[in-house]
Design a protein around this ligand. Sequence first.
Ligand SMILES: Cc1cc2nc3c(=O)[nH]c(=O)nc-3n(C[C@H](O)[C@H](O)[C@H](O)COP(=O)(O)OP(=O)(O)OC[C@H]3O[C@@H](n4cnc5c(N)ncnc54)[C@H](O)[C@@H]3O)c2cc1C
Ligand code: FES
Length: 258
Amino acid sequence: MKISEVRITGQREIANRIYELKLHGEVVDEMTNPGQFVHLRTDGSFETLLRRPISIADVDRNKQEVTIIYRVEGAGTSNLAAKRPGDVVDLLGPLGNGFSLAPAEQHRKVLLVGGGIGVPPLYYLSRQLKSRGVEVKHVLGFSSKAEVFYEEKFSELGETYVTTVDGSHGLKGFVTDAITKYGFDYDLLYACGPTPMLKALEQASEGKEAYLSLEQRMGCAVGACLACVVHVQGDETGADYRKVCKDGPVFPAGEVVL
Ligand SMILES: Cc1cc2nc3c(=O)[nH]c(=O)nc-3n(C[C@H](O)[C@H](O)[C@H](O)COP(=O)(O)OP(=O)(O)OC[C@H]3O[C@@H](n4cnc5c(N)ncnc54)[C@H](O)[C@@H]3O)c2cc1C
Ligand code: FES
């Protein structure tokens, strides 16, 4: 993990308020683990002094290029969207503990579930699993058709099911509705998305092996400020916690309170 300057090689809007950004730099050589993230300085102003965490969506080792996908939410991501190819971005990373691939080598039925801006890290994960001969299915949840991205790219890697809350594309409802409707038979789950989605998946996957990537507001992203702590399940003292930035963002289901 280090601070480095990376150069933008591509920037395009791929869905409503969703941008795909490609960054080039030697630091990409260190980005080996899907589920890790980078912490970006989006400009030098006081309002956006804190870096913004964004997941690694894909890595092209030959080109030393990392792809990130972000949704424009506030000042930081708006700054990012204004940048153009050739501009330089200050990047801290790669950070965190991502998805372990080892469990997938012992399981036959692997399900990847992503919600909204939780979808991007699953793409690099799915590519890594595919390259190891693991067959995966994907369930991707969005609010509406206008926000859907990467459906075709996921389909190239395995069966892909899309849900939208308003029913404008794919199955109407949440990712858990797709799991119930299609009766997916899986013994290993990897998921990333909003906490209510992860909570529902944790309950729906009881008794199965599952790994969940949490989204949490962050300050330092290196384990120093405690902005991102989550409590450990079953700890009666309430004093035992994990840092999402350093111990996570990926945790085995059942480890932390969602
Ligand atoms: C490990 C990790 C990986 C992430 N990966 C991605 C990704 O791949 N793509 C992506 O679009 N976003 C991702 N996020 C969320 C992203 O960091 C926030 O959307 C971003 O920081 C918002 O910054 P802003 O300045 O644009 O908005 P702000 O003005 O700071 O906030 C605008 C809105 O975003 C919410 N928000 C701010 N920070 C976070 C956060 N850390 N998590 C969730 N919501 C937040 C706020 O509650 C507010 O509603 C990730 C977050 C974490 C912790
Ligand atoms: S963000 Fe500072 S400890 Fe996690």
